[in-house]
Design a protein around this ligand. Structure first.
Ligand SMILES: Cc1cc2nc3c(=O)[nH]c(=O)nc-3n(C[C@H](O)[C@H](O)[C@H](O)COP(=O)(O)OP(=O)(O)OC[C@H]3O[C@@H](n4cnc5c(N)ncnc54)[C@H](O)[C@@H]3O)c2cc1C
Ligand SMILES: *[C@@H]1O[C@H](CO)[C@@H](O)[C@H](O)[C@H]1NC(C)=O
Ligand SMILES: *[C@@H]1O[C@H](CO)[C@@H](O)[C@H](O)[C@H]1NC(C)=O
Ligand SMILES: *[C@@H]1O[C@H](CO)[C@@H](O)[C@H](O)[C@H]1NC(C)=O
Ligand SMILES: *[C@@H]1O[C@H](CO)[C@@H](O)[C@H](O)[C@H]1NC(C)=O
Ligand SMILES: *[C@@H]1O[C@H](CO)[C@@H](O)[C@H](O)[C@H]1NC(C)=O
Ligand SMILES: *[C@@H]1O[C@H](CO)[C@@H](O)[C@H](O)[C@H]1NC(C)=O
Length: 488
């Protein structure tokens, strides 16, 4: 009896869904997809969201770990003025300025802290204030200019050149965390990113970044005003064919097919890079392929660590950036040979900073960035915990009674085929195109009978706010608006 009802309900749900004849199909229930859906819902336009994962949020991923939520994906909100997302939440008391004080920690005991710190700020100042005259990678520009400026200011000897090399690695890690690249020679120094005024880093007060999804769906602050979105999301639906040059339709890996009038695709740039040859029927115009190939997306590896007690001082330990002594770096592989990478380098070289979470007093977030990230994702938890412990003792053991993490939470953004990276960046190549690559990517495709058949949203389609949640949300609104415009 129970079995019968169960099977029966599956069949009816499937029939209903496969035949769902909605005006719009949204691919992806991340920030861009939910934003588009909310606008369509408010205008009474029917839609279905097909989502490959079994949850909403995409690269927003807030989940309980201990007593509070932690963010495995997007964590901060950037800027207030003219920020579409901030406007949605500014009266809801959900965010506060982040206490983002960064301190440098050194692997060796005897080092000149104040000199290292002066060099670090000099490097940062060059990055923020100086511009190359022609397109150039951040790596090429900073390495050259920093060495020049240091020589002008301090001259050159063995000590200076050792510190310069060490600070360059530390600063490179800052850039790689920010851009999610594996090499700073991939990231272009000039860019169109628009830094919004107001607090550059806002923390979500313990509820995690995921609350923004509830705000867009109007489940928060007043659940009785909820928009009809959640019931129109179908999970575990991976789209693998998009037909756009006739009646628009999509096909999923489970064989199901959906027909519609407009498709909004929000999959990440990483997914597009990997799948554009087989996903689109007919193939994409060359300009789009050039934009997809030339923009960058790679990964960072973020691990939330739980300790049995807080062994660090919460007042001074906010963000601890690691600065390796050259000799210690050389030793690292021999001291901790597990999980060896190419040329016998240690993957621990890519561990660049720790930061404390004020709502999770016993937790630290560790960030890895650089060329080994795709391989680090494949290491087992036990190796990662042991490796991190090795580094914690090395950097903080002199000052604190470091204890071993008792738990770990991670998400493998690079190897997950629904993401294949964290956030997009401009490259020297993408800037050689005659137009903003993101703008090219954002242009809808019109079918041969003149219909607006395939629209592109998602963080990478934003020419000025890419790599952020607010950029993703704006892109979702913009594409939904194109469709709403048609029915006005
Ligand atoms: C570790 C990390 C830290 C970050 N930190 C910040 C931060 O502090 N501040 C900030 O502003 N931003 C941050 N970001 C970036 C931010 O999370 C993203 O820019 C934003 O969430 C992207 O939203 P989106 O809707 O464009 O894409 P996504 O969130 O990727 O949504 C796309 C959805 O499509 C689904 N999908 C993909 N392929 C298919 C398919 N074939 N069929 C069906 N569904 C599919 C995916 O599962 C996903 O749910 C961070 C991201 C990461 C990963
Ligand atoms: C969608 O609706 C149209 C007209 O209302 C109908 O002809 C068509 O068969 C429907 N398609 C599906 C898949 O239900
Ligand atoms: C605010 O953002 C919109 C859209 O992104 C832009 O057109 C406008 O110029 C911006 N205004 C300011 C003051 O920055
Ligand atoms: C919530 O929304 C409903 C419907 O709009 C309204 O009647 C109710 O007063 C709201 N509650 C609060 C606490 O604002
Ligand atoms: C294009 O749109 C028109 C109306 O806007 C519709 O009648 C026609 O069927 C559409 N063509 C396709 C191929 O979807
Ligand atoms: C790496 O280490 C192994 C032994 O641990 C050694 O045989 C090999 O030559 C090393 N390779 C390089 C490139 O240093
Ligand atoms: C860029 O080049 C393409 C193809 O040559 C052309 O269609 C497009 O109009 C150009 N865009 C600009 C802004 O010049």
């Amino acid at each position: 009896m129970n079995h019968f009802i169960f099977i029966f309900s599956i069949i009816t749900i499937n029939l209903f869904l496969v035949n769902a004849n909605t005006t719009v199909i949204i691919i992806g229930a991340g920030a861009a997809g939910i934003a588009a859906a909310s606008l369509l819902a408010e205008h009474g336009i029917s839609f279905v969201i097909l989502e490959a994962e079994d949850r909403i949020g995409g690269r927003i991923f807030s989940t309980y770990f201990g007593e509070s939520k932690v963010d495995l994906g997007a964590q901060w909100s950037h800027g207030e003025q003219n920020n579409t997302m901030y406007n949605l939440i500014k009266d809801l008391d959900l965010v506060k300025p982040s206490d983002f004080k960064k301190n440098l920690y050194y692997s060796a005991e005897n080092f000149d802290k104040s000199f290292a710190s002066d060099l670090y700020w000099l490097c940062k100042k060059i990055f923020l204030k100086e511009k190359p005259v022609e397109e150039m990678s951040v790596g090429s520009f900073i390495e050259k200019r920093f060495r020049e400026r240091v020589e002008e200011k301090y001259g050159n000897d063995e000590k200076i050149s050792k510190y310069v090399n060490e600070i360059l690695i530390t600063f490179m890690h800052d850039i790689l965390v920010q851009r999610g690249a594996l090499s700073w020679f991939d990231v272009s120094m000039l860019n169109d990113y628009d830094r919004l005024k107001g607090q550059a880093y806002l923390d979500w007060k313990g509820c995690g970044h995921g609350i923004i999804l509830d705000v867009m769906m109007k489940r928060y602050p007043n659940l009785s005003e909820e928009l009809p979105i959640a019931e129109n999301i179908i999970f575990n639906k991976q789209v693998n064919k998009i037909r756009w040059d006739g009646p628009p339709s999509v096909q999923c890996t489970d064989g199901s097919e959906y027909f519609t009038s407009h498709i909004i695709l929000t999959a990440s740039l990483g997914v597009l890079k990997h799948n554009y040859r087989s996903l689109f029927h007919p193939v994409l115009p060359q300009s789009k392929i050039d934009a997809i190939n030339s923009l960058g997306i790679a990964s960072v590896f973020k691990v939330v660590l739980e300790f049995s007690n807080r062994w660090w001082d919460p007042q001074s330990f906010k963000t601890a950036a690691l600065c390796w002594d050259t000799a210690d770096l050389k030793l690292l592989h021999d001291e901790f040979p597990k999980g060896r990478m190419k040329n016998n380098q240690s993957w621990l070289e890519n561990l660049c900073e720790f930061h404390a979470l004020d709502k999770n007093p016993n937790m630290l977030v560790a960030w890895f960035t650089g060329e080994f990230v795709p391989d680090i994702e494949l290491l087992p938890d036990s190796t990662i915990i042991e490796g991190i412990m090795h580094v914690l003792v090395k950097f903080f053991g002199r000052q604190y009674k470091v204890t071993k993490p008792v738990g770990l939470l991670r998400n493998n953004w690079n190897s997950n085929q629904h993401f294949r990276g964290v956030y997009s960046y401009e490259t020297v190549e993408s800037r050689k195109l005659n137009e903003s690559a993101a703008l090219i990517l954002s242009k809808p495709l019109i079918s041969r009978d003149g219909n607006l058949s395939l629209l592109f949203a998602g963080e990478a389609t934003s020419p000025t706010h890419y790599a952020t949640v607010h950029g993703a949300i704006e892109s979702g609104y913009q594409e939904a608006q194109r469709i709403i415009q048609l029915s006005l």
